[in-house]
Write a protein that binds this ligand. Sequence first.
Ligand code: 4AD
Ligand code: MG
Length: 431
Amino acid sequence: MQDIIVKDIAAHLGEEVRLQGWVRNIRSSGKLLFIIFRDGSGEVQAVAFKPDLGEEAFEEAKRLSLESSVIICGVPKEHQKLAGQYELSVTQVQAVQIAEEYPIGKKEHGPDFLLSNRHLWIRSPKQWAILRIRHTVYFAICEYLNDNNFFRFDSPILTPNACEGTTTLFELEYFDEGQAYLSQSGQLYLETGIMSLGRVYDFGPVFRAERSKTRKHLTEFWMMDAEAAYVEHAENMAIQEGLIRHVIRSVLARCDKELDILERDKDALKAADTPFKRMTHYEAIEYLRSKGSEIDHGSDLGAADEVMLTEGSPVPVFIEKWPKAIKAFYMKRDPENDDLVLGSDLIAPEGFGEIIGGSQREDDHDLLLGRMQAENMPIEDYQWYLDLRKYGSVPHSGFGIGLERLVTWMSGIHHIRETIPFPRMIYRIYP
Ligand code: 4AD
Ligand code: MG
């Protein structure tokens, strides 16, 4: 008898097969026992008929509880009522472990209870769907980059310096070397990589001691940073747009069932796969003010501003050319206006907010040094970074995508905490 997984069931109609997994649900009615069986790859209804199984085996099978682990043998057939679905006529049931009463029931649970039971919650259909979308988004990002000549270049997580300002650093003692920090972004290291490989990316966990208690912030999240030599600001945005549109198409093509489970509006996703809008920070502020906001031209955008800026837009919006005072030290000055930098934020539609931060980098040694001195940065710790501007400096650009922000948007869910197996937030580190 062949071992198969639920996903492949259609290829085995009429053959006796063996499946290994868990009981999602079980009910009996007279001589019939209905087991909703799941194995990670999918779900199928297994139907056991007492006369086929025999009295003793049937009673034994009835002992299965929610989430018990089980091995079921049976013959797959087309579902009697649901076209395109299958069911299994059970020939044998072997309980692997009878689960204790499962704490996550059918009644509504609050988020705190579910988060405390995250190790079990991930089995629920919606969580299963989100985790599979995460997998698909991750894969699609790598696929696009690989197809566009980017090489994977892993940046370190333990670092002697900050990438994104010093206010959100997690610090630790590093042996006799003193203070070290958990990386906030691999960007600065990626800039070294382009001088060797041309185009590079990293993909890994980054850390921010964000005091923000919002539905968009985690303290540990996954970032994909990409960096490319001889790419300037406009081309940098074009690469981001191509990548995000590839991700949208991949999710629509590969996660149809998952999107259904989440009741995601697929038309909204499809609509986002058309040319993105571009707006300068100045234009954005003017627009917000025209809508009654009192925001001034030197201000960063808050979550509510991002929502307003994308309202009615089916596609993401790039906000570019920011005041240098509110952006990171490494961004290149705008040759047309000394007060601005060639940075861009990409804001997702439907209220999902910023998903990418990127910029052209300052490639002139003295200008960069001046900027760092003005910000009182410890120059000795960044000597290696300044070196890049001494030995074959080139115009270059890059960007960083927050994986969980992108998965939140693709999944159409409310809170970022469901997009990573074990979310880390200021008020939660268990389990
Ligand atoms: O905009 P950020 O801070 O940009 C950088 O770190 C650059 N060094 C990236 C680069 O150019 N290589 O962060 C990039 C993205 C944001 O757009 C957002 O999607 C995500 O990372 N992000 C967070 N996601 C979850 N929780 C947080 N606390 C996040 N902070 C940023
Ligand atoms: Mg940002």
